[in-house]
Design a protein around this ligand. Sequence first.
Ligand code: CA2
Length: 148
Amino acid sequence: MFSLLVLNGPNLNLLGTRQPEIYGTTTLAEIEADCVARGERLGARVTCLQSNHEGTLIDAIHAARGTHDGIVLNAGAYTHTSVALMDAIASVGLPVVELHLSNIHAREPFRHRSYVAPVALGQICGFGPRGYGLALEALVAHLEARPA
Ligand code: CA2
């Protein structure tokens, strides 16, 4: 059974409570419960973590090595700023699916650049909370297709 980490970054704990016109009305707790349920259907154990702190996210990525087979990462605004997060992802060598609720490419120019993208398996954005399930599916398909 695969073990997957769903990691959410800064301000995503506010989901469903503020700016619903951009980020919708689904709460992070609901998204995380859906991820666990989707994981069960895919034959994967999903654990979820959210932090507003860059270092905590980096620690979680480091700790995932040896405990998890892959990561779904919504790094929030750190996506567009954090070389440290990019280095952490590259250093653990785990497959990471970059996830965004909104279509970052259709928003302000500063959101078009992602430091996660060059070290990610792929990127899913613009599909709202449904994107998390798509990301888990893509990650499991990737892990199942890996040579033994
Ligand atoms: O679309 C996404 O998932 C983002 O990663 C969300 C980040 C944003 O900085 C990225 O460019 C795209 C922001 C998360 C803020 O979440 C909030 C949720 C509710 C209320 C306020 C902020």
